[in-house]
Design a protein around this ligand. Structure first.
Ligand code: ADP
Ligand code: MN
Ligand code: MN
Ligand code: MN
Length: 332
């Protein structure tokens, strides 16, 4: 039977790129070829030179269409087969290869918000709900908004074979999180983008929009982050490398902040479980630090660190590249 391949890619929208996708009908059993699209409609090419190339980099079963159908994560090339300027994956590949011997692993906590009728899902029309306090990991119809979507998304990710490690309700109404990993830098990034696509697509059927904007509601409401947990083989075996990694991150503060997502200064204010974006700190169990060493890691004297700074709207190809480059250089 012919099958449907959903080709998914990252566009050129600034300052935060968006996902695009379209369907290719494939002959029974046929391999996934490169394909093309109109880059002038995605901020990736001028109208008179509009052709861009889609190159499959990761594919999995399509849990929504079922059967032989596939989801196909792609990166974007020019017609001469060189990476497009918006192709951040191509910039990660050489760094991932250079430090492959250190066996980096990432677990990314993707936070996001549901919106309906232009307001956060769970917010009453023309007003505000009860303040934060009971929504995080909450239970009950007065505290939980959108669980059906979250459950459908979790099932879809598992059926697709993605390395999901959990979900939880977050601190504002209609705010949730899923975690992908631990996986290598390219794997975690490909799979996070695909998991985002599945989330947008599933929520669409419920008439709900998803946003990964870093500060979706101003005022006394938490922003949305993408805490990035990281380890190398040495960090998984001893504590000195944990400290080395924390110290190394403190030597490249602005380079990291610039790559951690648009609007980060509105989220990393020093309030709402964040450290100010302009300062760097690390500490055991400290959710007010830039980088947290989980208590278990100090106890075991080995494990991983959590960079709490990346925004929900970050590009994982950029964030994992920065962390691998900074930490693995220091650990080499
Ligand atoms: P939090 O307490 O910050 O909410 P979570 O349970 O949401 O923590 O996320 C922790 C993440 O850390 C998970 O994605 C998990 O896969 C990841 N993780 C666990 N061990 C490692 C490791 N050794 N290296 C990298 N990531 C790891
Ligand atoms: Mn978490
Ligand atoms: Mn969280
Ligand atoms: Mn966290």
């Amino acid at each position: 039977m012919a099958y449907k391949a959903e080709y998914i890619w990252i566009d050129g929208t600034e300052p935060t790129a968006r996902l695009r996708s379209k369907t290719k009908i494939m002959a029974d059993g046929a391999d996934l070829p490169i394909w093309g699209f109109d880059g002038s409609s995605t901020n990736q090419a001028p109208g008179d030179k509009s052709d861009c190339v889609l190159r499959p980099v990761f594919s999995c079963p399509d849990p929504l269409r079922g059967g032989p159908h596939k989801l196909v994560m792609c990166d974007v090339l020019y017609t001469d087969m060189t990476p497009h300027v918006t192709n951040m994956r191509a910039k990660l590949v050489p760094i991932a290869e250079k430090f492959a011997g250190q066996e980096s692993l990432f677990g990314i906590e993707q936070e996001y918000n549901f919106f309906q009728d232009g307001r956060p899902f769970g917010f009453p029309a023309g007003g505000y709900p009860a303040p934060q306090g009971f929504y995080y990991c909450g239970i009950g119809a007065d505290e939980v908004f959108g669980r059906e979507i979250v459950e459908a998304h979790m099932d879809a990710c598992l059926e697709a074979g993605l390395g999901l490690s959990g979900i939880n309700a977050e601190v504002m109404p209609g705010q949730w999180e899923f975690q992908v990993g631990p996986l290598g830098p390219l794997e975690v990034s490909d799979q996070l983008w695909l998991a985002r696509w599945l989330l947008y697509r599933i929520a669409e059927d419920f008439g709900i929009a998803v946003t990964i904007t870093a500060k979706p509601v101003s005022g006394d409401w938490n922003g949305a982050g993408a805490h990035t947990n990281f380890s190398t083989n040495a960090m998984r075996e001893g504590y000195d490398p944990i400290i080395t990694a924390c110290e190394a991150l403190g030597k490249k503060i602005s380079e990291h902040i610039e790559g951690y997502g648009d609007g980060i200064e509105h989220r990393l204010t020093g309030e709402h479980e964040t450290a100010p974006f302009s300062e760097y700190s690390y500490g055991v169990s400290d959710r007010g630090a830039s980088v947290r060493i989980p208590w278990q890691v100090e106890k075991d004297q080995k494990g991983y660190i959590e960079d709490r700074r990346p925004n929900a709207n970050m590009d994982p190809y950029v964030v994992t590249r920065l962390i691998v480059d900074t930490c693995c250089s220091a650990l080499a």
